[in-house]
Design a protein around this ligand. Structure first.
Ligand code: NAD
Ligand code: MG
Length: 385
């Protein structure tokens, strides 16, 4: 039985993780949960799973959650809050495996703490790898910690890398669905609304990553995520647009062989793979190979999706630029969803923030967070203009 600490339990990945625990009760059991502000769902999860510890965003929410648990006759759950609360969940001595699925840099400290505590980590939170991948990977090596990617593309690469050694890899190919605007003429981009951008053709996900898929910044973040996880330069991480999201990514070896991973478009599969690794366990997440008739591919369009270009540029420039890329996007997406920034304002804001970022590489997590705060501040000023 693996005891799971789940960061971001109320989100899309968090709920899919609990669904895997539900369908494999003899293998996986959640013993600690960290949520944001969704008190209703966090309360229902406490009722269902009776974790040892639950963390919620603020002290006020923690008081309310404690009171509700008490009123329902549920005692013995430790209720904590804020960043310290997420770190408590990530480092709980009884937990074997930490699923990192808080969205954004908010998940960084807890993820890093889990690595320092020697936990095996299933990583959905790509932003923490973009902001501090070098520090997280170095700590993982030092503490002999396994990092299992949950992001579907990186999970596919992890699987395909079992087919050869690192020195035999020529390059990797991340597949991209292309999002809802794959065929939208550039002239129409200025008028894209949040409601249109929130309709992803193949995946159901949280709001930030759905908007990032529409601008293709998500693929940009994934390029950097792949560079960090698999120790590759940006030039060896390629992107191909594959609208069906059937092949989740590919590894090209030096002899010319290309290995691909195919499965259902359902995040429960990469979650199950990470949780079960190095084993494979039976599931009902089967892909109907007999019904597959064709797969389409096209080259990514860097003109309509400048976020892709910006990500390659940030990856080539410096770690500070990668931090700024993510931070500026978090602010720009928030503003777009609030109706305060047009769709094309997202790449514009990121490009402006990157242009004002000086090269450098933070040596610690507090330095990463300081660079992140500075880039956010700058992005906020630019958005307000
Ligand atoms: P989501 O918005 O559905 O959920 C985010 C979770 O983080 C929620 O539980 C929320 O309460 C919590 N949270 C937010 N701010 C917090 C804070 N300050 N403190 C504590 N908790 C906080 O997002 P999601 O789609 O589940 O994505 C989670 C992460 O996984 C993201 O980094 C995303 O890029 C990555 N990811 C998601 C998918 C997917 O299919 N949803 C696929 C690949 C990667
Ligand atoms: Mg992905």
């Amino acid at each position: 039985m693996k005891k799971i600490a789940l960061l971001g339990s109320t989100g899309s990945i968090g709920q899919s993780t609990l669904s895997i625990c539900e369908s494999h009760p003899d293998r996986f059991h959640p013993i600690a949960l960290a949520a944001g502000s969704n008190l209703e769902v966090a309360f229902a999860q406490c009722q269902r799973w009776r974790p040892q510890v639950v963390s919620i965003a603020t002290e006020a929410l923690a008081d309310e959650l404690s009171a509700r648990l008490k009123a329902t006759g549920i005692n013995g759950i430790e209720v904590v809050y804020g960043t310290a609360g997420t770190v408590r969940v990530a480092t709980l001595p009884e937990a074997d495996f930490v699923v990192s699925a808080i969205v954004g840099v908010a998940g960084l400290e807890a993820t890093y703490a889990a690595v320092l505590a020697g936990k095996t980590v299933g990583l959905a939170n790509k932003e923490c790898l973009v902001a501090a991948g070098d520090l997280i990977l170095a700590a993982a090596r030092e503490h002999s910690v396994d990092l299992l990617p949950i992001d579907s593309e990186h999970n596919a690469i992890h699987q395909c890398l079992r087919g050869g050694s690192a020195s035999e890899v020529k390059q990797i190919w991340l597949t991209a669905s292309g999002g809802p605007f794959r065929n939208t003429p550039l002239a129409d981009f200025e008028h894209i609304t949040p409601a249109q951008a929130l309709k992803h053709p193949t995946w159901v996900m949280g709001q930030r990553i759905t908007i990032d898929s529409a601008t293709m910044l998500n693929k940009g973040l994934e390029i950097i995520e792949a560079c960090r996880l698999f120790n590759l330069p940006p030039a060896q991480v390629r992107v191909t647009v594959h609208p069906q999201s059937t092949i989740h990514s590919l590894v090209e070896y030096v002899d010319g062989s290309i290995l691909a991973q195919i499965s259902v478009t359902d995040m429960r599969l990469p979650i199950l793979y990470a949780l079960a690794w190095p084993e494979r366990v039976p599931s009902d997440l089967t892909f109907d190979m007999a019904a597959l008739s064709h797969l389409d591919f096209q080259q990514p369009d860097f003109e309509r999706f400048p976020c892709l270009r910006l990500a390659y540029e940030a990856a080539a420039a410096s770690q500070n630029h990668c931090i700024a890329l993510n931070a500026a996007d978090e602010i720009a997406v928030e503003a777009f969803l609030a109706g305060k920034l047009p769709f094309l304002g997202i790449p514009r804001t990121i490009e402006q923030v990157l242009a004002l970022t000086t090269s450098g590489s933070p040596a610690s997590i507090p330095e990463v967070l300081a660079a992140d705060r500075a880039a956010r501040e700058l992005a906020r000023e630019l958005v307000a203009r």
